[in-house]
Design a protein around this ligand. Structure first.
Ligand SMILES: NC(=O)c1ccc[n+]([C@@H]2O[C@H](COP(=O)([O-])OP(=O)(O)OC[C@H]3O[C@@H](n4cnc5c(N)ncnc54)[C@H](OP(=O)(O)O)[C@@H]3O)[C@@H](O)[C@H]2O)c1
Length: 363
């Protein structure tokens, strides 16, 4: 069965009326990992802006950030005032988004929010531009960026689902510590140094310092991302299910997720088991993914070629490999999906939404 874009329903607005060559941009969370990636991408993609306003918390007020030959001074978002913002990229956590995103939107900004604050609200589009860009046109001031682990999985699943309908997905993630922000990177670094210096037994005896995760993350794996829910799944696992359903416009899409934090600094990996309604071979799936937007295929196991998080750092695409038939079901495939969680999993997806929305040229 061939599937249409999830927004095959009549589109009420057109992107054409939004055309802009340059925009005034606010970045809220500018001193963070995702905020920093927004700035790097603005430069790298030739994203045209007139004015740039950087915000973070009181802690970073008056921090100077050198960017594209100019010095920008970070302000506390609490000092937010009415301005001529066209776009506000938010990556400062859920509470900041809840408190300030509506204020920026009320002052005319198109808010692209990276937190989980608005993702499941009915009046807020949740958008992956390669899949459901048309949803963005129905925004009421705020567009939500999906969770990093959802975005990369869907970039691989969507072209397969369009070609051959998916019956059910089981995914296990291997998510890097950068998904938890700057403090988690420092925790993995500090614990790794301590374990290497003292040895693992000594580190256990002295109860290695844990500030971000409930257990040591260095040389360990934690099957626990975000809070546990009453049904035994974590919130991150629920996000993967609910966000997929919303983006695909398929409220009953069947998916089960286990999300695992691993001692990798950057880049999330996912083992995805897919059951289809009809036959699809590994070579057919590879041919589809080879031409899928935003996807790069690295699948040459005879030469040890498959995606790794290290090779995906600072790269835009989602990388797919290890495509093989799951012979335990009638029509099944297993695939391996890796991406830079800070880029396509966060900042890049947000920038792409805005570029497409305003019809901006990309370098
Ligand atoms: N990392 C990822 O892979 C990823 C992917 C998708 C979505 N996200 C989401 O993006 C957001 C930021 O993630 P991150 O990885 O960039 O975290 P991060 O590196 O820890 O940075 C957090 C940013 O938020 C700012 N901030 C924190 N509390 C604030 C407050 N009360 N008021 C104003 N600014 C505040 C920080 O400013 P200060 O310098 O002042 O502390 C910093 O700029 C989170 O909502 C996260 O869930 C992250």
């Amino acid at each position: 069965m061939k599937k249409e874009s999830p927004m095959s329903a009549p589109v009420k607005k057109s992107a054409a009326k939004n055309l802009k060559k340059k925009v005034n941009v606010a970045v809220v969370g500018a001193t963070g990992l995702v905020g920093g990636a927004f700035l790097k991408l603005i430069e790298r993609r030739g994203f045209q802006f007139d004015n740039l306003y950087l915000f973070a918390s009181e802690r970073s007020k008056d921090t100077k950030i050198k960017f594209m030959g100019e010095t920008f001074i970070v302000d506390d978002v609490k000092n937010f005032k009415k301005h001529d913002y066209d776009v506000a990229f938010f990556s400062a956590g859920t509470q900041v988004s809840l408190d300030y995103a509506p204020k920026f939107a009320d002052h005319g900004a198109l808010v692209v929010d990276n937190s989980a604050a608005f993702r499941m609200r009915e009046d807020v589009p949740l958008v992956v531009p390669e899949i459901n860009f048309e949803d963005a046109l129905l925004h009421k001031g705020i567009i939500a960026n999906p969770n990093c682990s959802t975005i990369q999985m869907l970039l691989a699943l969507w072209p397969l689902h369009k070609a051959c309908e998916i019956k059910r997905v089981v995914v296990t993630t291997f998510q890097s510590v950068s998904g938890t922000g700057t403090p988690a990177i420092e925790e993995l670094r500090r614990q790794s140094v301590e374990v290497l210096e003292k040895g693992i037994e000594e580190s256990y005896r002295h109860n290695i310092k844990k500030e971000v995760y409930p257990h040591q993350i260095a040389f360990n794996c934690l099957a626990h991302i975000d809070k546990f829910e009453d049904d035994g799944y974590t919130k991150e696992e629920h996000k993967m299910v609910n966000e997929t359903r919303k983006i695909f416009h398929e409220p009953k899409f069947r998916l089960s997720a286990t999300t695992v934090r691993v001692p990798v600094f950057r880049g999330h990996s996912e083992a995805v088991n897919i059951e289809f309604k009809q036959a699809i071979s590994p070579s057919e799936a590879a041919a589809i993914l080879k031409y899928a937007p935003g996807v790069t295929l690295i699948d040459d196991v005879y030469n040890n070629q498959y995606p790794t998080p290290l090779m995906c750092e600072w790269r835009d695409d989602v990388f797919v490999g290890r495509i093989r038939a799951d012979k335990s079901v009638r029509y099944g495939l297993d695939i391996w999906v890796v991406a830079d969680n800070i880029l396509k999993g966060a900042a890049l997806n947000g920038i792409q939404i805005v570029e497409k929305y305003f019809g901006m040229k990309v370098k």
